[in-house]
Design a protein around this ligand. Sequence first.
Ligand code: HEC
Ligand SMILES: [Cu+2]
Length: 340
Amino acid sequence: MFTNFPLFPQQASVQAGQVDAIYFFVVAITAFFSLIIAGAIAFFAAKYRRRHDAEVGVAIHGSLILEILWSVIPFFLTMGMFAWGAKVFFDLYRPPAGAMEIFVVGKQWMWKIQHMDGQREINELHVPVGRPVKLIMGSEDVIHSFYIPAFRVKADVIPGRYNTLWFEATKPGTYHLFCAEYCGTKHSGMTGRVVAMDPADYQAWLSGGSASDSPVAAGEKLFQDLVCNTCHIQGSQGRGPVLTNLFGNTVELQDGGRVTADEAYIRESIVNPQAKIVAGFQPIMPTFQGLVTEEQLLQLIAYVRSLSAQGTAPSPAGTAAPTMPQKSDQPVQEPRKPGR
Ligand code: HEC
Ligand SMILES: [Cu+2]
C-alpha cells in the first residue's frame, strides 16, 4: 500500500504479526474513546450552552447505571490489553528450546557476530527463515541495543552480562539492523543488515566464505593459551575444579550457597573468580579481567558448555552431523564428582 512511503516496517518474523496486532488494538481503542469523548464535549457544550443571562442550571442526581458502565467496560478493556500484552511479552522474551544460537558482541560502533560453525561477520547477520534463532549478546564497552524493526524485536546489549533475543524470520529478504541506544558520537552509524535466507541458501552461505575456528574450537585453544588447563585438568581433580559437565548443573559454594552454572556464572568465574568460590577449593584463580575480550569470553564459555551434555548447542538448519569438534577421549557423559 505505502511502498514508497512506508509508515510501517514490513512484517518479516513470526513475532511481527503478534506485536502489530496488539499495537493496532490499543491504538484503535484509544482512537475510539478519544473521538467519543471529544465529540461529546463539543456536542454538550453546544447543546447546553447558556442561552440568556438569567438562566439557571437544573440539578442532576447522577446515574448509577452509567457510572457502573463507564467503570466496568474500561476495566475489562484495559485488563484485556494487559493479559494480551503480557502473553506477547513472554513469548518475545522466552526463546523456544532448540533455537539456533548465534553470538553477538556490540562495540563502539559495530556489531560483531559469530555463528556456531565459526563464520564471522560484522554489521551483517545471516539467518535461515523458518527456524528460531537465539542471539546471545554481550557488549565490549557501553550499553547498545540490538534492533530489527522488520522482526519487531529489540533488546539491550549490556556490558558485564549476557542478554538474549530471539526471532524466527518468515520471509527471505534484507532488513535493517539498528543500534537503538545512544552509545556515543557514531551511534547513528551503528547500523547493519539482517539477511534472511532460505535454509538451503543459508547452508550454502555457511559453507562458503572464510570460516574461522568455531567458537568451541577457539575457546579450547584459548583455554590452553591462557593456561587454564594447568589448574583445570581434564578428567582429574587439579588445583581447580573439573569443568566437565559443569554447564547447566548446580554448583555448591564455599559460603553454603548454590548457583546454577549458566553463561553468566562462567563469565563471572573468569573475570571475577573471587565473587563465588566453589566449595572445597582455594581462591587461587587469578582474574582474567582485561586479558580476554568479550568475544574471547564467549568462546571460552562455548568451550566450557561443550564439555557438558546439556551444553551442546543445536546444529544449524540442515546440518546432519554436529559440526563441533567431538573429542572421544573426553568423558562427556560422566557425572560430576561428588562432594563438590
Ligand atoms: C591458578 C589456577 C587456575 C587457573 C590458571 C584458572 N583457574 Fe579457574 N578455578 C580455579 C580454582 C581454584 C577454582 C575454584 C575456586 C573459585 O571458584 O574461584 C576455579 C573455578 C573456575 C570456574 C568455576 C568452576 C565451578 O565448578 O564452578 C570456572 C568456570 C573456571 N575456573 C574457568 C577458568 C578458565 C576459563 C580459566 C582460564 C582463562 C581458568 N579458570 C584459570 C583455579 C584456576
Ligand atoms: Cu550502539
